[in-house]
Design a protein around this ligand. Structure first.
Ligand SMILES: NC(=O)C1=CN([C@@H]2O[C@H](COP(=O)(O)OP(=O)(O)OC[C@H]3O[C@@H](n4cnc5c(N)ncnc54)[C@H](O)[C@@H]3O)[C@@H](O)[C@H]2O)C=CC1
Ligand SMILES: O=c1[nH]c(=O)c2[nH+]cn([C@@H]3O[C@H](COP(=O)(O)O)[C@@H](O)[C@H]3O)c2[nH]1
Ligand SMILES: [K+]
Length: 578
């Protein structure tokens, strides 16, 4: 059989378009043309001018209908010299059905076709059925990751934080309330004293240049004045009571003021700081340095707010009987979404807790997990969860796979669970194992709607705990919730029954390097994610999910390919992303 060069062009063109594309979106006219083209290419002795006539018709229909997508560079098969398709990459469905457990670093996506700028990529998404976010980022419910400051920062940049439950129900509810009471994008935690206290040492100031003075010496009390560090330093007798030298009744503003209103007030009154007060309680203090710092960060997107205009905040609970009371405290405190926090969510305990929570508080979304298989996910979907958290043993501090021999490679887990969850409209959180923006792109493209992060956020200034210096490096503690240390602190009862004597850790205690503020590095990370989506040819999360189930092609990277994909062959280098 012999083809003329014209019919070769025709056949090549057809395969570039790909039959899948044509069937999906090119419309009836184009489909008819292409079917005819296929028929002709199978009968090579037909006149090649007829082939070209059909191609012309097809091109005309493309020109007449500009909404038709262009030929896709991600199509799996292209025409070879003899017209036979040449396979180029695997569709996800094929790649993830080979009996291997793949993680993010194992897989790589083929680039797609770019016809939009990176800034046009929309990262808006759903955390759960009824909770929308403007960026797909969630802070993990861990006691070295998410308390009020992290929840406020994450909501400020358009994500959300889930407040951990390694504390009493009252303490956790107070953290939720504290985050929800803020309008400014940080929590400053000022030091408060009574008028009859003294400021004995410079460490009494904490990190602020002032101490607040209230009637009772706590934040929940009438504001009386302020001790400026500069005034205190001039004192010869440091033991005098603060009422003798404090600045009385400094100007304050309502805590309902947002960041711009507070900044405007400071500028208009030429003040260096102003307390934010609600019902005679000092909620926060904003300084001019705070205003400059925040203005210096990349422009923030839409913050995550609830129907009342308050920051969106999530909270975790367990599946014990006592968690029912915790749940009530949290809902009363204003938690917008509840995460049932377990390493293995497919349990009678979680199914019953899901049903209980949905019955008692139908207006609050419940996220179940963790799961890594379709079967686990189906049980929780049937129980009524509004979202699913995926990941077992993939976290940086996790030892579950070593200790219990269960879990799954995170790329496979996310792909499989998302495939089933999508059918019920249940959004998936890819939890654990995120250490760079590429991992986020992979998780979202493999079907997740958000990513949950622990170690990625734990070194930020918003994570709980103070920085330490180790060998010249500024670090913060980061620990697994299943580490012995964390269990001893509060989650004791979760382990092997309340009375168990033998505790087995499924996590470690470690430290991570200082990363600065979430308000700065999350916007940069999201810009990197947008660039990844642009390379794929996906202008939104939905379009990435559509690609996953159509033209997207993937491959597994060999060990050498992974080395090649990283920085290699240099004597030294410094990694700086922004
Ligand atoms: N994603 C992951 O890979 C992992 C996460 N973690 C984290 O560590 C923390 C603890 O996780 P888990 O140990 O899985 O907590 P868990 O509370 O789900 O389970 C602890 C033990 O208590 C049992 N249990 C739960 N509810 C019960 C009830 N109502 N009655 C009787 N027994 C009950 C469970 O079956 C299990 O044996 C969580 O924060 C979790 O996210 C821990 C290990 C792995
Ligand atoms: O095996 C585990 N033992 C633990 O002690 C533990 N604590 C947290 N997690 C899970 O790890 C996730 C955070 O992972 P990354 O640091 O990788 O973001 C978290 O979001 C959790 O899913 C644990 N897993
Ligand atoms: K791990």
């Amino acid at each position: 059989m012999s083809f003329s060069s014209k019919s070769f062009v025709l056949v090549t063109y057809f395969y570039l378009i790909s039959r899948e594309n044509v069937n999906r979106s090119y419309g009836v006219a184009a489909r008819v043309h292409c079917k005819t083209v296929v028929a002709k290419t199978r009968c090579p002795d037909l006149d090649s001018s007829l082939h070209l006539y059909i191609l012309d018709c097809f091109c005309i229909s493309l020109i007449k209908n500009p909404s038709l997508p262009p030929p896709s560079a991600t199509s799996g098969a292209v025409g070879g010299m003899d017209g036979a398709p040449i396979e180029d990459g695997f569709p996800a469905v094929k790649l993830f059905n080979q009996g291997y457990s793949y993680t993010y670093d194992d897989v790589i996506f083929h680039p797609g076709y770019i016809d939009f700028p990176a800034d046009a990529v929309q990262l808006g998404t759903k955390l759960s059925r009824n909770v929308h976010l403007s960026i797909p980022c969630v802070a993990s419910p861990m006691d070295t990751v998410t308390e009020s400051a992290m929840a406020v920062a994450m909501a400020t940049v358009g994500g959300v934080g889930i407040i951990h439950s390694n504390n009493s129900a009252a303490e956790q509810a107070a953290l939720v309330r504290s985050a929800k009471s803020r309008r400014v994008p940080f929590v400053s935690d000022p030091v408060v004293k009574s008028a009859f206290d003294s400021v004995d040492s410079v460490s009494d100031f904490g990190s602020a240049p002032y101490v607040l003075v209230t009637e009772s010496g706590t934040a929940k009390s009438k504001m009386l004045g302020v001790v400026l560090r500069s005034d205190w330093e001039k004192l010869s007798d440091k033991g005098v009571k603060v009422c003798e030298y404090m600045v009385s009744s400094p100007e304050s503003v309502p805590a309902s003021y947002d960041f711009e209103q507070v900044a405007g007030y400071l500028a208009a009154k030429k003040l260096s700081f102003v307390p934010l007060v609600r019902d005679d309680e000092v909620v926060d203090v904003v300084t001019t340095a705070d205003v400059e710092r925040i203005r210096g960060f990349p422009k923030l997107g839409m913050p995550s707010l609830d129907a009342k205009g308050e920051f969106l905040v999530g909270a975790a609970i367990g599946t014990r009987e006592s968690d029912k009371e915790r749940l009530e405290h949290l809902v009363k405190a204003g938690a917008n979404v509840i995460v049932l926090d377990s390493s293995q969510g497919n349990s009678i305990y979680q199914i019953e807790m899901t049903k209980y929570a949905k019955k008692m508080f139908p207006e609050v979304d419940v996220i179940g997990g963790n799961v890594v298989t379709i079967r686990q996910a189906q049980n929780l979907i049937q129980a009524g969860v509004d979202g699913l958290r995926v990941g077992m043993g993939s976290g940086s501090i996790c030892t579950t796979q070593e200790v219990c021999a269960v879990g799954r490679g995170q790329a496979t887990a996310v792909y499989k669970v998302s495939s089933i969850a999508e059918r019920s409209g249940v959004p998936v959180i890819a939890d654990g194992g995120i250490s760079n923006s590429g991992h986020i792109v992979k998780a979202l493209t493999l079907g997740a709607s958000t990513v949950m992060m622990g170690s990625f956020l734990a070194g930020s200034s918003e994570a709980p705990g103070a920085y330490e210096n180790k060998n010249g490096l500024k670090i913060k503690k980061y620990r697994g919730m299943g580490s012995l240390e964390a269990m001893t602190k509060g989650s004791d009862a979760r382990y092997l029954g309340d009375t168990a004597k033998l505790k087995i850790a499924q996590g470690v205690v470690g430290a991570v390097a200082d990363k600065g503020s979430v308000l700065k590095f999350i916007p940069y990370t999201m810009q990197a994610v947008k660039q990844g989506f642009q390379d794929l040819g996906a202008s939104s999360l939905q379009s990435a999910h559509d690609l996953l189930r159509s033209e997207l092609r993937l491959e597994v990277r060999t060990g050498a390919a992974q080395v090649e994909g990283g920085v290699h062959g240099l004597v030294s280098h410094e990694k700086k992303y922004f």
